[in-house]
Design a protein around this ligand. Sequence first.
Ligand code: ATP
Length: 238
Amino acid sequence: MSAFAFQDLTVGYGDGAPVVDGLGLDLAEGAVVALLGANGAGKTTVLRALAGLQPARAGRILLGGRDLARLSAEDRVRAGLSLVPEGRSVVVELTVDENLRLGGLWRHRPKARKAAVEEMYALFPALDRRRRAAGHTLSGGERQMLALARALLARPAVVLLDEPSLGLAPKATAQLLGVLRETAARTGLTVLLAEQNVTGALSVASRGVVLSLGAVAADRPAADLAADPALRHAYLGF
Ligand code: ATP
């Protein structure tokens, strides 16, 4: 596992003004960092650009000292950077087990593949109980867990999560974020968590970064941010 950083990240759509302008962040190995900001602040754009799904106009993306900025999205996953997009990447026609096995296909030895899937069931007991359930019958919380489990199957060094709590009940959110925090602490996984759910995100993150107009408006310890009503009011809309 390695430290993750990006520098001078500039992203825009078409010939429009940049939506993200010269953004940089450093994440220590095993850190859970919340990326906050009002609707339209640019959180999704940052994550998609880091994952290679949205071209960046400039920037370096450093993982373990290597610059991933010119790699394809697929090669970034191979290098250890994994995105769990908003809206969940579950195949609804397949069962939980089939979705996970599909996520583990890149492991060529069937034994290793099975072991990796079982490891995910141990991490997410709620999925273990639903192995044979079809994707379309899962609750929002179960789908989000499955999307996260699929991403973790690749043993990424860094996971980028876009609004995992969207549409989830508070209990499901707490469970999901709890698994993330434990995994980060146990394995050194580095997490960048974009969230509208400020309270939930700051309860698992050690640090919160507030984006406003595509730039960093605040970068502070999570507990500090959570306790600052003026800042919440100014940038987060509540
Ligand atoms: P949300 O929480 O609503 O997803 P966000 O902080 O993730 O907000 P982005 O979705 O990254 O913000 O959007 C940042 C800005 O980029 C917004 O002004 C948005 O209108 C613009 N934008 C996003 N996607 C596109 C697109 N495909 N084409 C043009 N502009 C876009």
